[in-house]
Write a protein that binds this ligand. Structure first.
Ligand SMILES: C=CC1=C(C)c2cc3[nH]c(cc4nc(cc5[nH]c(cc1n2)c(C)c5CCC(=O)O)C(CCC(=O)O)=C4C)c(C)c3C=C
Ligand SMILES: [Fe+2]
Ligand SMILES: [Fe+2]
Length: 359
């Protein structure tokens, strides 16, 4: 085992604050091939994301993917980039601010990205620095998957492993069937219908993962199905008025299906002219929703004979979303978010004196 280094000296009698680590996937620092290559190397180098044995995967990643994919992706990222940077980061920051204002200053909220910056480790350091000793780790992935949620938890454990005095950690696995989450999604669909009229069909598109993950016990497929079923029920949709599909697959292995790109072509060819599309697995808009769905799939749908595939934005920093997340945090701490004063068995001054005396 590693030898634990010394923790920063902290008085034992300080208030034990609750804190929240909001986590998401991460995004490149800039829409340039170099920044995208750095991001993809970290992301696709994670054995939780690509489970192929390293000896086989490294030559593919460094020989075939990293030399070419970043250049193609740069155009896609440039088409969605904003004055505040990557949408995923800008929206995550807005979510952090919204949650912070709901929980109050006594409960620090930090943002950590699994890949790129700000890192999970930096977010944890920030929380500890601000006095948090009871920390809820809340990945903004509604449907648990080892490829997303578990790797966030691992990054947290990697950061605290060498510490002597671990903070109390609460890992929030997901919230795919929470009624307030389903209601927030349903409300966003109704708002879209009120603004734009009701499309003929509702497509619910989730990020795909390799079928191998499902066979090995990953619950993501079932959780996505359940979210979709509950959302359809909340909207009173008959079975033929909606479809669940999976997007963003990469490579040649079998991924969860039906694939979104094939479904939209089928819908267009069946004579459907307007499709509303929601991506309930994405808590914040990002490359996969803004470029792949809203731009590319809309074009593809029109090329196949449809009139419009209309994208319904993610919950992002909507009030209903943030109210729900604040409630989820409250429940992690049994509703008691206020700071607890630890047993003041040794005041800071006594502790320093003892250390100086050498006991
Ligand atoms: C190759 C394996 C991948 C798995 C498994 C995977 C699962 C997965 N991803 C998300 C959420 C997001 N993915 C995003 C982009 C993205 N995803 C992969 C690969 C896998 N994802 C890549 C290589 C990329 C980069 C873009 C690309 O090369 O096509 C994003 C957007 C990031 C951004 O900067 O905006 C999100 C969000 C989930 C929820 C998930 C499994 C459930
Ligand atoms: Fe992904
Ligand atoms: Fe199941």
């Amino acid at each position: 085992m590693n030898t634990a280094p010394s923790d920063p000296v902290r008085a034992h009698d300080q208030a034990q604050r609750c804190g929240v680590l909001l986590a998401n996937l991460g995004t490149p620092d800039a829409p340039t091939p170099a920044a995208i290559r750095r991001y993809l190397a970290e992301f696709l180098g994670d054995p939780r994301v690509v489970e192929i044995p390293r000896a086989l995967w490294w030559p593919i990643l460094y020989g075939f993917i990293l030399p070419f994919r970043p250049r193609r992706l740069a155009h896609a990222y440039q088409s969605i980039w904003t004055a505040e940077g990557s949408p995923l980061l800008a929206i995550s920051r807005a979510q952090q601010r919204g949650l912070q204002s709901r929980l109050g200053d006594a409960v620090p909220v930090a943002l950590g990205m699994r890949y790129g910056t700000p890192s999970i480790g930096a977010a944890l350091d920030e929380l500890l620095e601000r006095g948090a000793r009871r920390i809820a780790v809340l990945p903004l992935y509604p449907q648990y998957s080892a490829t997303t949620t578990a790797t966030v938890f691992e990054a947290v454990v990697d950061r605290v492993r060498p510490m002597r005095w671990w903070p109390e950690l609460r890992f929030v696995n997901g919230y795919h069937d929470e009624s307030a989450y389903i209601d927030a999604l349903a409300e966003s669909v109704r708002a879209h219908w009120a603004r734009n009229g009701r499309g003929e069909h509702l497509l619910m598109s989730f990020h795909s993962i390799p079928v191998r993950c499902l066979q090995a016990g990953d619950p993501y497929y079932c959780f996505s199905q359940k979210t979709a079923r509950l959302l359809a029920a909340a909207l009173d949709l008959p079975p033929d008025a909606w479809t669940l599909s999976f997007q963003s697959r990469i490579g040649r292995a079998k991924w969860l299906s039906p694939y979104t790109d094939l479904v939209i072509t089928r819908l267009a060819r069946s004579g459907i002219k307007t499709v509303d599309t929601i991506c309930p697995g994405f808590s914040a808009d990002c490359l996969e929703t803004l470029e792949e769905v809203a731009q590319r799939y809309n074009e593809q749908f029109r090329d196949a004979g449809g009139s419009a595939l209309r994208y319904i934005p993610a919950l992002n920093a909507d009030d209903a979303h943030l109210d729900f997340l604040a409630d989820l945090v409250h429940r992690q701490f049994g509703g008691r978010l206020t700071a607890q004063v630890a047993d003041p068995h040794a005041s800071a001054a006594e502790r320093v004196a003892m250390l100086q005396r050498g006991f």
